[in-house]
Write a protein that binds this ligand. Structure first.
Ligand code: RP5
Length: 219
């Protein structure tokens, strides 16, 4: 791994111009202004850290949809949004429930590909059907994030998300924030297949993690 990272480091230097040109393909901008939400007014959203950010209509088309079953999932799923922002990946965040708004879940998932989304991240807790319902209505990759639940600490969400019957796949991540962060990183890895600048950013991210571990000294 060390060798591969070092090799990649030199290739990254060579491809800085590639990175610059690919930025436009992924997205210029204020990432906070590019995510969508459902709920109250824009000013209320700006005033509250707990609210899902409002969309900027002038922004580039989002490539990733982050959907979650409830507003209560946002505190966890914020990590997915923040991770995508680090990679300058345009995304949209929405509350959509497989149970409480089933028609909206079908409507959004069925039209996601036509709208230009390339990856769906779906988070839900308890009897967590959201990722499975989305996967049933689109052939886009669906990454499921099980939310930590009060009753069973997320084991219910994990099993509901991961145990998809053969034929309709959902890629299930870890319970809670680690899963939210990794779902975003996984989305970046998928997008990197068709957006080459992201491959370089992913390697930079890995190298930074590697550097931090090597520099860690225990007191
Ligand atoms: C699921 O039920 C949501 O994804 C959430 O994790 C869980 C609890 O929702 P609230 O009762 O907090 O709205 O649908």
């Amino acid at each position: 791994m060390g060798k591969k990272l070092a090799r990649n480091s030199s290739s990254i230097k060579k491809t800085k111009s590639t990175l610059r040109s690919s930025k436009s393909e992924i997205r210029p901008r204020n990432p906070k202004s590019e995510v969508a939400r459902s709920g109250s007014s824009k000013s209320a959203i700006r005033d509250s850290q707990s609210e899902i950010p409002a969309p900027n209509p002038r922004s580039q088309k989002p490539l990733v949809a982050i959907v979650m079953g409830s507003q209560s999932d946002w505190e966890t799923m914020r990590s997915a949004s923040e991770t995508l922002e680090k990679f300058d990946v345009a995304h949209e965040c929405r509350v959509i429930s497989a149970h409480r708004s089933p028609a909206l879940a079908v409507e959004f998932s069925s039209s996601a590909e036509a709208k230009g989304f390339e990856v769906i991240i779906a988070a839900a807790g308890g009897a967590a059907h959201l990722a499975g319902v989305f996967a049933a209505h689109t052939t886009l990759p669906v990454l499921g994030v099980p939310m930590k639940s009060d009753a069973l600490k997320g084991l219910d969400s994990l099993l509901s998300t991961v145990q998809m019957p053969a034929g309709i796949p959902v890629a299930s991540l870890a319970i809670g924030k680690p899963g939210a962060t990794n779902a975003a990183l996984f989305a970046v890895a998928i997008l990197a297949n068709s957006h080459p600048g992201l491959r370089e950013k992913l390697w930079n991210f890995r190298q930074e993690q590697d550097r931090k571990i090597r520099a860690t000294e225990l007191a």
